[in-house]
Ligand binder design. Structure first.
Ligand SMILES: *[C@@H]1O[C@H](CO)[C@@H](O)[C@H](O)[C@H]1NC(C)=O
Ligand SMILES: *[C@@H]1O[C@H](CO)[C@@H](O)[C@H](O)[C@H]1NC(C)=O
Ligand SMILES: *[C@@H]1O[C@H](CO)[C@@H](O)[C@H](O)[C@H]1NC(C)=O
Ligand SMILES: *[C@@H]1O[C@H](CO)[C@@H](O)[C@H](O)[C@H]1NC(C)=O
Ligand SMILES: *[C@@H]1O[C@H](CO)[C@@H](O)[C@H](O)[C@H]1NC(C)=O
Ligand SMILES: *[C@@H]1O[C@H](CO)[C@@H](O)[C@H](O)[C@H]1NC(C)=O
Ligand SMILES: *[C@@H]1O[C@H](CO)[C@@H](O)[C@H](O)[C@H]1NC(C)=O
Ligand SMILES: *[C@@H]1O[C@H](CO)[C@@H](O)[C@H](O)[C@H]1NC(C)=O
Ligand SMILES: *[C@@H]1O[C@H](CO)[C@@H](O)[C@H](O)[C@H]1NC(C)=O
Ligand SMILES: *[C@@H]1O[C@H](CO)[C@@H](O)[C@H](O)[C@H]1NC(C)=O
Length: 414
């Protein structure tokens, strides 16, 4: 591995100390001086297709036998590259910017040809994913420290990083004892920017559980009126009034976002069998697909792409819903707050909801089928049944009383 690094401007040299599930790396320059230090714990969840056409999930940790050829330090850029297993690698690029440094990207490459991790994979390629870490404004001559778990989600890969201690630029050959802690580690305001804390003499990583940041309570979202017209001169063919909020789970964190109708652009289409409403606002894109099943319609699909405050963009979709059902020719209405679980990671909350995706007449809502009356409708047959039962009992009672009287007075009533 030393030969591999020799082509680099600076000579990378070092050793790897094995931890339970992490790796400690000391990268040195050509003079043998320490120039990059890293100690990270990392695991992966990768979804892949098998030859039988099924999607499988592979879970694995960064193993103990990690090589770091390809890691190097320069005056203003550093690369931490960890190579492991049968052709997998994980790397982080850093840049120095005056008095601070930051991590620009994380690249994870995995070799689907590794059958111990990806049994029966239909592909044998090496795939790569790129994510953007949230390591910014780390003061030079301090180590970045983050004990909390941080999750990076891309299409098919979830990476969880924790117990991280990295100094990407070491000037005098010794690792700094001063730390820049990530905001998740700071006890007070979770949104605070990283701060430099006083010297810490112990760099042994302690496994403190990540604090779950409580979601700040949002005000009730504003109700918007959204309409789709088949062309400029026509009246609306789709009507939707609602206030909407989404709740997104990402890793340990949960964030809620309100749809702001004032900054929402509306698009979509009306069809015979399917109508679609697409709302694009500053923080999210939401597509609602309605299906006409001859007599009734329902909300069939929801696809939400949201920009979270962490900078992460998540996309969650479900194409097999049957919500908001009402007769074609009427509208679905529900004023109370409703909570719909769209996927395990996405919840949708609606308030003051009224939609009519089909058969809109003169651009106004038709009769509403209210979700409140659903329970009342349910009660009617029960009430009728109970009344009938009571009636039958009275008739039977009357019959037996009558029969007894008749018998007492000597009549035969075969
Ligand atoms: C990765 O590690 C974290 C922290 O220990 C754990 O919560 C998570 O379940 C692990 N994920 C996988 C895929 O093993
Ligand atoms: C799924 O497998 C079948 C045969 O088992 C194949 O015909 C089909 O093309 C596969 N579909 C995809 C999406 O790969
Ligand atoms: C590290 O902390 C000590 C004590 O707070 C301080 O004197 C020193 O300047 C700090 N070094 C850096 C590089 O911030
Ligand atoms: C770190 O702390 C542990 C226990 O708190 C102690 O045993 C160890 O000696 C310390 N290491 C250093 C380098 O101070
Ligand atoms: C819409 O109406 C305007 C004037 O009322 C007319 O000039 C235009 O051709 C119409 N457009 C369509 C698509 O019907
Ligand atoms: C949206 O606009 C309306 C009127 O234009 C205004 O009353 C309301 O405060 C605005 N809402 C937000 C969240 O900006
Ligand atoms: C709903 O679907 C049925 C059957 O496909 C069709 O006859 C009807 O016209 C559709 N309704 C609307 C409003 O498009
Ligand atoms: C709507 O669905 C019906 C029944 O499934 C089908 O016959 C018809 O062709 C569809 N219409 C359109 C426009 O897709
Ligand atoms: C959801 O929307 C995004 C962006 O518009 C798109 O890339 C993705 O394919 C959609 N997902 C589904 C399941 O339709
Ligand atoms: C919404 O529903 C989910 C699942 O039923 C539940 O875990 C969550 O607490 C609910 N959220 C609110 C705000 O009611």
């Amino acid at each position: 591995m030393f030969r591999h690094a020799a082509f680099a401007l600076l000579f990378a040299f070092g050793c790897v100390i094995h931890l339970s599930r992490g790796a400690e790396v000391n990268v040195t320059d050509k003079d043998g001086k320490l120039c990059l230090y890293a100690n990270v714990m990392l695991n992966f969840s990768v979804s892949y297709e098998t030859s039988e056409n099924k999607t499988m999930l592979a879970y694995f940790d960064l193993p103990s036998d990690v090589m770091f050829n390809g890691s190097k330090c320069d005056n203003t850029t550093s690369i931490l590259k960890l190579n492991f297993g049968a052709g997998h690698s994980w790397s982080m690029n850093f840049t120095l910017n005056g008095s601070t440094y930051q991590a620009d990207s994380i690249t994870f490459s995995y070799n689907l040809n590794d059958s111990t991790i990806f049994p029966n994979s239909s592909l044998t390629d090496t795939l790569s994913v790129n994510v953007r870490p949230h390591i910014t404004d780390v003061s030079t001559d301090t180590s970045y420290s983050c004990k909390s778990k941080e999750t990076f989600q891309s299409d098919s890969v979830i990476q969880t990083l924790w117990n991280v201690l990295i100094q990407a630029f070491i000037s005098n050959g010794t690792q700094s004892k001063n730390l820049t802690s990530c905001s998740a580690d700071l006890p007070s305001t979770p949104t605070a920017s990283p701060t430099t804390v006083a010297p810490v003499t112990n760099t042994t990583t302690a496994s403190t559980p990540a604090p779950t940041t409580p979601a700040p309570t949002l005000p009730t979202p504003t109700t918007g009126k959204f309409t789709i017209k088949p062309d400029v001169n026509s009246t609306a063919c789709l009507l939707a009034n609602f206030a909407l909020r989404i709740g997104v789970q990402h890793g340990e964190k949960y964030q809620e976002i309100n749809l702001d109708p004032n900054v929402t652009t509306v698009s979509g289409s009306c069809g015979v069998n399917t109508s679609e409403l697409v709302l694009v606002s500053n923080g999210m894109t939401i597509a609602l697909t309605f299906t006409n099943d001859t007599k009734k319609f329902h909300l069939q699909a929801v696809n939400v792409t949201a920009n979270l405050s962490s900078g992460l963009v998540v996309s969650e979709a479900n194409n097999s819903l049957s919500l908001w059902e009402a007769s074609v020719g009427s509208s679905y209405m529900c004023n109370k707050e409703q909570n719909f679980t769209i996927t395990s990671l996405l919840n949708l909350f609606t308030f003051n909801l009224q939609v009519q995706p089909f058969a809109v007449n003169k651009g106004v809502f038709s009769t509403a089928e209210d979700c409140q009356t659903d329970s009342e409708n349910f009660l009617v047959p029960i009430a009728v049944g109970v009344a009938l039962l009571v009636l039958i009992l009275i008739v039977l009672l009357a019959y037996f009383i009558g029969r007894k009287r008749n018998m007492a007075s000597g009549y035969e009533s075969f």
